[in-house]
Design a binder for this molecule. Structure first.
Ligand code: BV8
Length: 242
């Protein structure tokens, strides 16, 4: 259960930054990466979420992302996403830094979402960078061939950050700014193992923020945060932020 200190800190905060991971979308029915039954249980990250795997077998990787995009399209934001939107009524600045590529924070209505790892609903050509409609990917996959660009014939990829790829520089800069500026930092639903995003909670602590973790399981930072709140985001956040 959360402390009175945290409630007071939230009430007096001018800026709250939130880092979210796959756990906040679990209650929307989107499988996480590393939980039992999660996405990586069937595939290893290096098998699919990297450019070599993609070039090696574009159709497999395009098909995997199409499958995940269909899950996302059928999902709705949950009480955890909505609680972060409600927080914006009480705190002047709320920055939602997400590792998720599922677009659910945008669809919930959060005002300032920083997508560190991109967005699965967007695709583009690897060669000429033209935006490509997801329907074109779906058509090609259904015909059993890799999706190619209508302009130059290049391979189409999802607009997500793969392992070994740089995060969008402006996104990482803005996330670091918010992390060092905020009064309270919430780390919600992330196993805190993927860098450089995983560095942000401790950067917030080093910068003087009050750092709170919301996760049913402990992670590598649980012993170092100011408060570890054990529980699902869809229950803990509404109780905390109501
Ligand atoms: C880069 C997008 C360099 C694609 C993803 C050794 C040490 C440090 C770093 C490295 C290293 N070796 C390699 C690296 C770098 C690597 C990395 O960090 N690897 C890790 C695995 C060791 N990082 C990179 O490659 C990054 N790029 O470093 O570039 C560079 C530098 C210069 C020039 C060129 C390159 C890029 C990383 C981004 C990879 N892309 N996703 C896609 O989605 O397919 S990562 C993927 O995992 C997700 O995006 C997600 O963000 C990330 C972390 O997963 P989580 O979100 O935390 O999800 P997870 O399932 O793990 O955990 C869920 C949590 O929720 C659990 O704790 C669970 O308990 C909890 N939970 C469950 N239910 C609930 C809940 N919580 C709340 N409520 C619930 N109901």
């Amino acid at each position: 259960m959360h402390s009175d200190t945290l409630i007071k800190r939230l009430r007096n905060a001018a800026h709250v930054a939130v880092l979210t991971g796959a756990g906040i979308s679990a209650e929307s029915g989107i499988p996480t990466f590393r939980d039992p039954g999660g996405i990586w249980e069937k595939f290893e990250p290096q098998e699919l979420a990297n450019v070599d795997a993609f070039l090696d077998n574009p159709e497999l990787v395009q098909g995997w992302y199409r499958h995940r995009r269909q899950i996302v399209e059928g999902a709705e934001p949950n009480a955890g996403h909505r609680a972060l939107v409600d927080l914006e009524q009480h705190v002047a600045t709320v920055t939602t830094i997400t590792q998720n590529v599922d677009d659910l924070h945008n669809r919930a209505g959060s005002a300032d979402v920083i997508e560190l790892h991109g967005n699965i609903t967007h695709n583009y050509c690897m060669d000429c960078e033209t935006d490509v409609a997801p329907e074109r990917v779906d058509e090609a996959i259904e015909q059993g061939e890799p999706a190619t660009c209508p302009e130059c014939g290049g391979l189409v990829r999802p607009d997500v950050v793969w392992f070994g790829e740089m995060l969008p520089p402006d996104a990482m800069d803005r996330a670091s700014q918010a992390t060092t500026d905020c009064d309270v930092f919430l780390s919600v639903g992330t196993s805190t193992v993927v860098y450089p995003a995983a560095r942000l909670p401790m950067l917030a602590k080093e910068s003087g923020a009050y750092v709170v973790e919301v996760n049913p399981d402990r992670t590598p930072i649980s012993g170092d945060v100011d408060e570890y709140l054990a529980g699902p985001a869809g229950e803990v956040l509404p109780a905390l932020l109501s």
